[in-house]
Design a protein around this ligand. Structure first.
Ligand SMILES: Cc1cc2nc3c(=O)[nH]c(=O)nc-3n(C[C@H](O)[C@H](O)[C@H](O)COP(=O)(O)O)c2cc1C
Length: 205
């Protein structure tokens, strides 16, 4: 097997290191975060660090890169307390990926891509239309990560919208059925196939 020590990793060419370390944690979730400024400027951006924090209360989190440059998603969330999560599916991969481009605050990624914003009930932040899973989130807490100046943002699920075809009897969301993709590294979008579900495990007697 090819081996990399921390010393080797430190000495790698930058792009190679970024690709290598972004891939080594495994497949990641693929979400578009929709947010809005106080002035009403829409924003949508791709995030691969959205993760489960706990079920009761229903909490999800994501990591925001260092705020050394302006991070519109983070700023909007801090000012409005609300954002949406929208699962990326095979039909919108290229548009979703393009939302990582650094546009000025007043330019909406919805206008620069084929993505369409959608508003539901009282949520002021935009959802991404036609995503099979759409979630309204309310900001709860943030934790600065001293090791690399990132920020862990923790938020609570306020409304969960799921395409009914994906929702199974026991509450399981079959993401593969909705063609939801998984991210490998920084730029590789993968389709998934559900192989098997297994029962809750107890110690062997
Ligand atoms: C596949 C992919 C995954 C990304 N995941 C994250 C992430 O988890 N956290 C983050 O801060 N930025 C992430 N980014 C970068 C943001 O998409 C990018 O900085 C974007 O411009 C943020 O937009 P904003 O300034 O409007 O918030 C990712 C980019 C790509 C292409």
């Amino acid at each position: 097997m090819k081996q990399f020590s921390l010393k080797d990793i430190d000495a790698l060419e930058k792009l190679y290191r970024i690709n290598l370390i972004n891939s080594c944690s495994g497949f990641k979730s693929a979400n578009l975060i929709g947010s809005i400024s106080k002035k009403g400027e829409e924003n949508v951006a791709v995030f691969s660090s959205v993760t489960h924090i706990g079920s009761h209360p229903p909490l999800l989190g994501f990591f925001c890169r260092p705020t050394t440059v302006t991070r519109h998603t983070y700023e909007n969330i801090k000012k409005t307390g609300v954002f949406t999560l929208n699962h990326i599916h095979t039909s919108i991969i290229e548009a979703a990926h393009h939302t990582s481009a650094k546009y000025d605050r007043e330019i909406s990624e919805f206008d620069m891509t084929s993505l369409t914003s959608e508003y539901k009930e009282n949520c002021i932040a935009p959802f991404v239309k036609d995503c099979p899973v759409q979630i309204e989130m309310e900001f709860k807490e943030e934790y600065p990560i001293k090791a690399n100046d990132t920020i862990l943002v923790i938020a609570e699920i306020k409304q969960l919208y799921i395409n009914e075809a994906l929702l199974e009897e026991d509450g399981f969301i079959n993401l593969s059925k909705g063609n939801v993709v998984a991210i490998n590294g920084l730029d590789a979008y993968n389709t998934t196939v559900l192989k098997q579900r297994l029962e809750y495990q107890r110690p062997k007697k």
